[in-house]
Design a protein around this ligand. Structure first.
Ligand code: BDR
Ligand code: CA
Length: 319
């Protein structure tokens, strides 16, 4: 008899958001992951809306996963920026959800993250798919959490071009100081899944058609989400399909062969100039400085769609 390998315990911090919702769908159903909880942060929409959206997703798919609400504004700057041009008025425009009966947990997400990590016997993996405010604040409150996190994988940044400025990607620009705290912490494994790879994963009409054939509620939700997302990506960037950013983090935890990684020295620009929020990744090792981050430089796109299709298909059938 084979002994089943232990599932990797995961905390998912996010700002749903269409692609965040899909990250939740993967994390909750991944055979090798145990999703301990979801923490929310202001990002794609206000904190109240991203929390509400996380609750809608767990309620809609009947997921037994608690949702903790975190920070509503960046650590230093006064004002949160939102991405309603891409994610709409609710932050999750498109699908119709039943009225909400699920409730968020009473505890603040940052306290839950600290308590969960400090009490853990096994190492924990943290995934962030939004601004890094909750994690940075948790690190400032309890620096020992760094040793409790085996792997920290995030969607954010770009070593090439940004998407909210020529230099910066949304999640990093939205709280660059928080990202700076995370980048400088000295993790055993910090993995950046940036626009360099996620922009290659476009949900083109043929991908949508394929997922449209999945007879599960999760498959339906994916298609309803992506129809709106693709339309707004087309209006903003002119693309025929939206880049499926956030779920690639979880996808990599499910199948590490999805990404090629390079160990590099990386910093976040927190000077208030035109490159504010840029992730400077020394991919060519000009600076000869110690590597602190694994940056994704390649992605197996067909394998990503296979994994997505398999996982959405493994949900209960729609009735
Ligand atoms: C990131 O920004 C958000 O709009 C998406 O949810 C994703 O996390 C892409 O830049
Ligand atoms: Ca996100």
């Amino acid at each position: 008899m084979f002994k089943e390998a232990k599932k990797r315990k995961v905390i998912l911090d996010c700002d749903p958001g269409h692609d965040d919702a899909v990250a939740i769908m993967l994390a909750a159903q991944a055979p090798n992951l145990e999703l301990l909880g979801i923490s929310t942060v202001a990002g794609n929409q206000t904190l109240a809306k991203t929390t509400c959206n996380a609750l809608h997703v767990v309620q809609h798919l009947n997921l037994n996963v608690p949702v903790y609400e975190g920070c509503g504004r960046p650590l230093v700057r006064e004002q949160a920026i939102i991405a309603d041009d891409i994610h709409g008025e609710t932050g999750l425009d498109g699908p119709k959800f039943a009225p909400l009966s699920r409730q968020k947990e009473q505890k603040h997400a940052v306290l839950w993250i600290i308590e969960t990590l400090m009490a853990a016997q096994d190492p924990i993996t943290v995934v962030t798919c939004g601004p890094m405010t909750n994690l940075a604040l948790a690190m400032r409150l309890e620096p020992k959490i760094v040793d409790k996190i085996e792997t920290f994988v995030f969607m954010g940044g770009s070593y090439q071009l940004g998407n909210v400025s020529p230099a910066a990607e949304f999640n990093i620009l939205a709280d660059a100081e928080a990202a700076h705290i995370v980048f400088s912490a000295g993790w055993s494994q910090l993995v950046m899944v940036g626009l360099d790879v996620t922009r290659q994963c476009l949900v083109l009409p043929e991908v949508l058609d394929r997922m449209d054939k999945i007879p599960t509620k999760a498959g339906r939700l994916f298609v309803d989400l992506m129809k709106f997302f693709n339309a707004s990506q087309k209006a903003t960037f002119g693309w025929a399909g939206g880049p499926l950013h956030d779920p690639l983090t979880v996808g990599w935890l499910m199948d590490p062969s999805l990404l090629e990684l390079k160990h590099v020295h990386a910093t976040v620009d927190i000077q208030h100039g035109e490159s504010y929020g840029r992730t400077n990744c020394d991919v060519l090792n000009y600076l000869k400085q110690e590597a602190n981050l694994y940056v994704a430089t390649g992605v197996d796109v067909p394998r990503y769609w296979d994994l997505l299709e398999r996982t959405l298909s493994s949900y209960p059938e729609e009735n």
